[in-house]
Design a protein around this ligand. Structure first.
Ligand SMILES: Cc1cc2nc3c(=O)[nH]c(=O)nc-3n(C[C@H](O)[C@H](O)[C@H](O)COP(=O)(O)OP(=O)(O)OC[C@H]3O[C@@H](n4cnc5c(N)ncnc54)[C@H](O)[C@@H]3O)c2cc1C
Length: 460
C-alpha cells in the first residue's frame, strides 16, 4: 500500500462502521486476536456495520492492492484473522441471529460467536452443533468443519449448513446452497475462508436443551486404562453420548474439590443429550472398570456446558497448537499419550481427543470439502500460558508430544487446529478433495484475493 493514510480516509468515507488506523485511539485493542502469541500490525481494522460495508472494503482493498484478512471471532490458532500492513475486515458487529423454531433453522450473521447462537437457540429448546467453547467465532469454526459435543449425534457444524450468503472477491454477493452455486456450497463446507466472506449462515438446529454434562477425573497412573476404556465405550455407545478425553490440571477454583486443585489428571468431559439415569447406565461399565477420582456430570442447560471453559481461557493467553486426525488408538499410541500427558508444562496446557464417529462418519469423504469421515479422533495438543516468557517451553512440549503421536495418525489434521504449517500439510489434509477445491477457487477467486487463510491457490 503506497499511502496508508489516504486508503484509511477513503474507507472511512465509504463505510457506516468504524475504521481504526495505526496511531488511532483503540488501535492496540482492535488489532489484538485471541492468541497472544500472534502480534501483527494491520494498516487498518474496519469494524463493518453491514454487508454494504463488507462489499465496500473488498472493492477498496482490491483497487488499492491491499491484503485483506477477515476476522470472525478472532480465535484462529495461527492468527488468520489479522495481517501485517493490510486491512482487517472485522465482522464482530455482525452478530444478528434469527431462529425459525417451527422450521428448526437458524440464520446467523458472519461475525457472531457460538455463545450468541447458543443463547438465541436455547430459548427455543434448540442448538446448532458447534465446538467446546462459546467465545469461538461461528465464521472460522463453521468454514473449517466444526467438531464438538454434538458431533456424534448431529454431525459436524458443516453437516448442518443449509446455505450461506457470500461476498465474493469481486464484491458480488451470491447465495450458496445445494441448489445455487452448489460447487461453492461444497467448498465452503471445510474449505475455510478461501472463497469469500460469509455474511450470513443458515443452519439446521436440533432439539437440545437440558443435557448431562461435566467432568470425570482419573489419576495420571490410570490414564492408559481410562483412555482405552473410553475408546471402547465411544465406539459403541448411543450417539446421544458426546464428550472428549483430555489431559489437564484441575483448576484451583470451586466447584472442584480443594483436594484436587492443581493436580494433573486424565479426564473426560461429557455431554449426554438425554436424562441422567440413561447417562449413568451408559457410562457405568467405564466408571466401574476404572474408578475415578471425581465423577461429577449432572443435568444442566446446554449453553452452561458450552461456556464451562470460557473463564479458564480468556483472550490474550499464549497458545501453541499441533493437531492430527487419529484412527482407533493402538495400545502403543495410548502409552505415548499417557507418557506425554503426564508432563503438561503449565496449568492451562492440555491435550484433547474429540470423537468423530456417529452422524459425522455417515457423510461421504467427497460430499464436503472436509473429508476426514474415517478418522475416529481429532487430536489437539496445546501449550498454553499467560506469560510470553513461557512461549519456548510451550512450543517444545507441544512439538515433542506431537512428534511422538504423529506416526500413529492418518497423516492429516483439522485445518482449524493448525498454525502456519506449510502448503504440504494443507494438501495432505484435503487429499483427494484438494484439486476440486483449487478449481472452485479459480471460479470464485482467480486472483487469490482471499489468501490470509489455510490457503488453497486457484488451479492454474
Ligand atoms: C479456545 C478454542 C477452542 C476451540 N474449540 C474448537 C472446537 O471445539 N471445535 C472446533 O471445530 N474448533 C475449535 N476451535 C478452533 C476454531 O474452529 C478455529 O480457531 C476457528 O478458526 C475460529 O474461528 P473464528 O471465526 O473465531 O476465527 P478468526 O481468527 O476470526 O478466523 C479464522 C479464519 O476463518 C475466516 N473467517 C472467519 N469468519 C469468516 C466469515 N464470516 N467469512 C469468511 N471467512 C471467515 C478468517 O478469514 C480466517 O481465515 C477452537 C479454538 C480456540 C481458540
Amino acid at each position: 500500500m503506497e499511502e496508508p493514510g489516504k486508503f484509511v480516509t477513503a474507507l472511512r468515507l465509504a463505510l457506516r462502521g468504524e475504521v481504526i488506523g495505526q496511531g488511532d485511539a483503540g488501535y492496540e485493542k482492535a488489532r489484538a486476536v485471541y492468541n497472544g502469541m500472534i502480534q501483527r500490525r494491520p494498516a487498518a481494522i474496519a469494524r463493518v456495520a453491514d454487508v454494504a460495508d463488507v462489499i465496500a472494503c473488498v472493492k477498496a482493498a482490491r483497487m488499492a492492492g491491499v491484503t485483506v484478512a477477515v476476522r470472525g471471532g478472532g480465535h484462529n490458532a495461527g492468527g488468520l484473522g489479522t495481517v501485517d500492513g493490510g486491512l482487517v475486515i472485522d465482522l464482530g458487529r455482525l452478530r444478528g441471529i434469527r431462529v425459525d423454531a417451527p422450521a428448526r433453522t437458524v440464520r446467523v450473521e458472519g461475525g457472531a460467536t457460538w455463545g450468541d447462537v447458543d443463547h438465541a437457540t436455547h430459548a427455543f429448546g434448540l442448538a446448532v452443533p458447534s465446538g467446546f467453547i462459546s467465545t469461538t467465532g461461528v465464521g472460522g469454526l463453521a468454514l473449517g468443519g466444526g467438531s464438538g459435543y454434538l458431533t456424534r449425534s448431529c454431525g459436524l457444524t458443516i453437516d448442518n449448513l443449509i446455505g450461506a450468503d457470500v461476498v465474493l472477491a469481486d464484491g458480488r454477493v451470491v447465495t450458496a446452497s445445494r441448489d445455487e452455486h452448489a460447487d461453492l456450497f461444497w467448498a465452503l463446507r471445510g474449505g475455510g475462508g478461501n472463497f469469500g466472506i460469509v455474511a450470513s449462515f443458515l443452519f439446521r438446529a436440533h432439539p437440545v436443551s437440558t443435557i448431562v454434562g461435566g467432568p470425570t477425573f482419573w489419576a495420571l497412573e490410570q490414564a492408559e486404562d481410562a483412555l482405552r476404556a473410553f475408546q471402547e465405550l465411544i465406539l459403541t455407545a448411543p450417539e446421544e453420548l458426546g464428550g472428549f478425553f483430555a489431559f489437564t490440571m484441575v483448576p484451583p477454583v470451586p466447584p472442584f474439590p480443594e483436594a484436587l486443585h492443581g493436580r494433573k489428571v486424565s479426564a473426560v468431559v461429557w455431554c449426554h443429550n438425554g436424562k441422567q439415569d440413561a447417562f449413568d447406565r451408559i457410562v457405568k461399565p467405564l466408571i466401574s472398570a476404572v474408578p475415578p477420582l471425581l465423577h461429577a456430570p449432572h443435568e444442566l442447560p446446554f449453553p452452561a456446558l458450552q461456556s464451562f471453559f470460557d473463564p479458564l481461557y480468556p483472550p490474550g493467553l499464549q497458545w501453541y497448537w499441533r493437531a492430527d486426525f487419529m484412527p482407533k488408538l493402538s495400545d502403543e499410541a495410548i502409552r505415548e499419550h499417557a507418557r506425554h500427558g503426564a508432563t503438561l508444562p503449565t496449568p492451562h496446557s492440555t491435550m484433547h481427543l474429540y470423537p468423530l464417529n456417529g452422524a459425522a462418519a455417515r457423510i461421504g469423504a467427497t460430499d464436503t470439502a472436509y473429508r476426514h469421515r474415517e478418522a475416529l479422533w481429532s487430536q489437539v495438543i496445546v501449550g498454553v500460558d499467560p506469560s510470553p516468557a513461557k512461549a519456548d517451553d510451550l512450543r517444545k512440549w507441544t512439538i515433542g508430544y506431537h512428534e511422538a503421536l504423529h506416526p500413529y495418525s492418518t497423516g492429516a489434521a483439522y485445518v482449524n487446529f493448525m498454525m502456519d504449517e506449510g502448503n504440504e500439510r494443507i494438501r495432505a489434509t484435503y487429499g483427494a478433495n484438494y484439486e476440486r477445491l483449487q478449481i472452485v477457487k479459480r471460479a470464485y477467486d482467480p486472483d487469490n484475493f482471499f489468501h490470509v487463510n489455510q490457503n488453497i491457490p486457484p488451479a492454474p
